[in-house]
Design a binder for this molecule. Structure first.
Ligand code: FAD
Length: 481
């Protein structure tokens, strides 16, 4: 259904995490607001988030977690090779704790705050996950009387005398188009991870990249902004979720709770490439984005386990923490059952053989035998003089049968393409705002990164979605007063 009225103070394009946050702020500030959402349901990838970044929140104060914001800013600028926009990152860092507190006051509950892998202790984990957050925001939006239309997409930004004047919108069910007038427009369309052509601008397209998004993040916001005169800003970063089971027959999220995936991707088990050569210190998986990048340096990647590793993980316990895997038991006590199940189903990603020679033969990995011989040698020396993996994870492979799990790379979101100012207003290539046009959430989060997602600042995209949605509305309100 098309919107009820022909004109609104504010139209928000996208009803995901950043769009709903912007809408709540608009409701609190009595703006006559409309949300248009191209999907049939609301929440976008916000439905899947685990936690949001914040510094100096009520929860960190309770837990006596202190973070020096200047040190954090410096570290993140270094991590991004200074491609992150310092003033914008600083504003986000400085307001992020207050945003967590604001969400908490709205009724969003947090279980804990802390680090994720080797990172700053910034991720505030939501009770009930992203769906609970979206439900809370949605209830507030409804309470404020904000109109929401679904199955309606934005097709074009309309401008008059250099200022945004509205949007051309489309009814996705009927194909009908209509003009809508608005004083201000916020683009909150979730970035471009589901648009292969745009992903290709950032990273070579590769069949081993597996998107875990809901499929609706097709880069509409950046394309609408570019069409309206925005700068084609750097394509930023793709959030690699590290190694993932390479299965083209079902959506990647189906393996998220798999213990086989946890063993193969998180336990710093031996990884080899398409020739059977080792190529990295496998404990790189402490940073899921670095792990993803390193896997993509090879044509194929296999994680190799022997029966001793399977027995150890099943009966004794983990070699290392499971990092970003949502699976967090102390033992992988379902591992053997999962392996047997997958072998029975002839899953292509899993191969079993009685000997290393047999495994090499089955997968055509000519150097596998010599690689394992060398790996066992460095393991016996207790020092990885080849790639520098921590000694604790140098477990020799000596006891058959042997298993190979083929890995792809999971991707959660893509950030970049639009440059905004400190009010989240979209900029042209001269650095001037396209008046009345704002971008928030993943559409603007390229401002925070270089070529690699800041996994060192965990929860930053969800935290930024909330911060930027609110930031854009505050700026619109300033202009109206
Ligand atoms: C599985 C998964 C887990 C994640 N976990 C975390 C986490 O724990 N912490 C974290 O920080 N980040 C996480 N993320 C990243 C996540 O993308 C963001 O934190 C958050 O969802 C970004 O909010 P957003 O509003 O930019 O995008 P979304 O929440 O995806 O919302 C975008 C919305 O815009 C709509 N839309 C798109 N185009 C149009 C159009 N033309 N017209 C109208 N509507 C349109 C979409 O349908 C969608 O509803 C995760 C992502 C995934 C996929």
């Amino acid at each position: 259904m098309f919107p009820k009225k022909a004109h609104y103070d504010l139209v928000i394009v996208g009803g995901g995490l950043s769009g709903l946050t912007a809408a709540v702020s608009a409701g609190e500030n009595h703006l006559d607001t409309l949300i248009i959402e191209k999907g049939r349901t609301l929440g976008g990838d916000g439905n899947y988030v685990e936690g949001a970044m914040g510094v100096d929140s009520y929860l960190q104060k309770q837990e006596e977690i202190e973070i020096d914001p200047t040190q954090l800013l410096q570290d993140e600028l270094n991590y991004s090779h200074y491609e992150a926009n310092a003033p914008h990152l600083k504003k986000f860092i400085n307001q992020s704790g207050a945003i967590i507190d604001w969400l908490h006051d709205l009724g969003v509950d947090f279980v804990k705050v802390g680090p994720q892998g080797k990172s700053w202790p910034t991720i505030h984990t939501f009770t009930g996950g992203g769906q609970a957050v979206i439900a809370t925001l949605l209830a507030k939006v409804n309470e404020c009387g904000i109109e929401i239309v679904t199955s309606i997409s934005a097709q074009k930004i309309l401008q008059h005398n250099g200022h945004v004047s509205g949007l051309m919108i489309k009814n996705e069910a009927t194909g009908q188009m209509r003009e809508l007038a608005a004083d201000d427009v916020i683009l909150a369309t979730g970035g471009y991870i589901d648009n292969p052509e745009l992903v290709k601008k950032r990273t070579p397209l590769n069949s081993r990249l597996l998107s875990v998004s809901d499929g609706k993040s097709t880069g509409d916001g950046m394309q609408l902004a570019w069409q309206a005169g925005a700068e084609h800003y750097q394509m930023g970063a793709i959030q690699y979720g590290g190694g993932a089971i390479f299965d083209k027959t079902r959506p990647p999220f189906m393996h998220m709770a798999s213990q086989l995936a946890a063993a193969a991707t998180q336990e710093a088990i031996l990884w080899v490439n398409e020739r059977g050569d080792r190529f990295v210190n496998e404990d790189v998986n402490d940073n899921m984005c670095h792990a993803g990048s390193s896997i993509l340096t090879q044509a194929r990647t296999f994680s190799i386990l022997d029966q001793a590793a399977v027995d150890h993980l099943t009966d004794v316990g983990l070699y290392k923490e499971l990092g970003n895997s949502p699976v967090s038991p102390e033992k992988l006590d379902n591992l053997t059952t999962e392996i047997e199940h997958d072998l029975k189903n002839n899953e292509k990603y899993l191969t079993k053989a009685d000997s290393i020679a047999d495994l090499a033969d089955k997968l055509n990995l000519p150097n596998l035998e010599s690689t394992i011989e060398r790996y066992n040698e460095v393991a016996s020396q207790g020092k990885d003089s080849d790639f520098g993996k921590a000694a604790d994870y140098l477990t020799p492979l000596k006891k058959g049968p042997y298993y190979a799990v083929e890995l792809g790379v999971g991707m959660a979101c893509a950030l970049g393409g639009i440059r905004v100012d400190n009010d989240n207003e979209v900029l042209n290539s001269y650095g001037y705002p396209l008046e009345g046009l704002y971008a928030v959430g993943n559409d603007a989060a390229g401002m925070l990164v270089g070529d690699t997602y800041a996994v060192t600042l965990p929860g930053s995209t969800a935290g930024y979605a909330a911060f930027s949605g609110r930031n854009a509305v505050m700026s619109i309100c300033k202009g109206k007063r």
